[in-house]
Design a protein around this ligand. Sequence first.
Ligand SMILES: [Fe+2]
Length: 274
Amino acid sequence: MFARELADGTVLMIEQEDHTDLAAQFAAHWGNDRFSRPEPYRSMLFGTIYHDSGHREMEADLPIDVERGVPYAIGRTPPGVRKNEADIVNAHWIRGRDPYASLVVSMHHAGLRKRRYDTVRGKTIGGPDPEPWGNLGMDDAFNDLSGWLLEVRDELDLGDRGAQEAFWHNYKLLQVFDLLSLYFCRDGSERGAQREVVLEHVPVRAGSDETVDLHLVPTGPNGLRITPYPLDVPTLPVAMMTRVMSPVLDKPEAVTKEAYYQARRQPLTCEISG
Ligand SMILES: [Fe+2]
């Protein structure tokens, strides 16, 4: 769950599977003459669509952040309330349908606790400096695999370095799709206004170490320019469902929950261009 404060005091609430659906819109259209398309395409799409479905376990309970008067959002949720074990259940569910996707999603969640293994990160122009880069990378990510994930690694023949490097490119792509969606869910706005963000160290092609910095520049209330442009269509209209909610303070939690379920749905739309 994400909670974006708007200038008028209302809060834009975004459920995790709406965030992942937006990430998947970028995954579906990623690649052109310069940027290579995700391969295996279907597995990468499947993994992107369901990469955060473990959050559903918490969202179904709809725990309330009493201080803020809305459901708990990422960054404020107490550890026990988040139910991290549901991520493992979700990864098993993905494995039943697509083992490749389950491995990339599991590595993604492990990486969230380790600065995404120092691969890709977002930097807000005019914002605070991000943490310095560390030295984590592919070997750390593969060394972190344990238990059933080692079985999946072997099933997928990811024992040798060449195969691991192709997989590593896809791990980094999932970080990019996630961060592009997070730009709209959390990182790219300040009290309702969009701001410029740079995604640093974005991979360009599988089998190459080349990376670029993607500049995300708002072109209006519903437009975003990405430079260099990584998508397969000249302009891409994207959309994500949101709920607009007024904080409910000093009332029983049940009242806040009702307000959330009753909240007006508002599609967030944007035209992505190069
Ligand atoms: Fe995500």
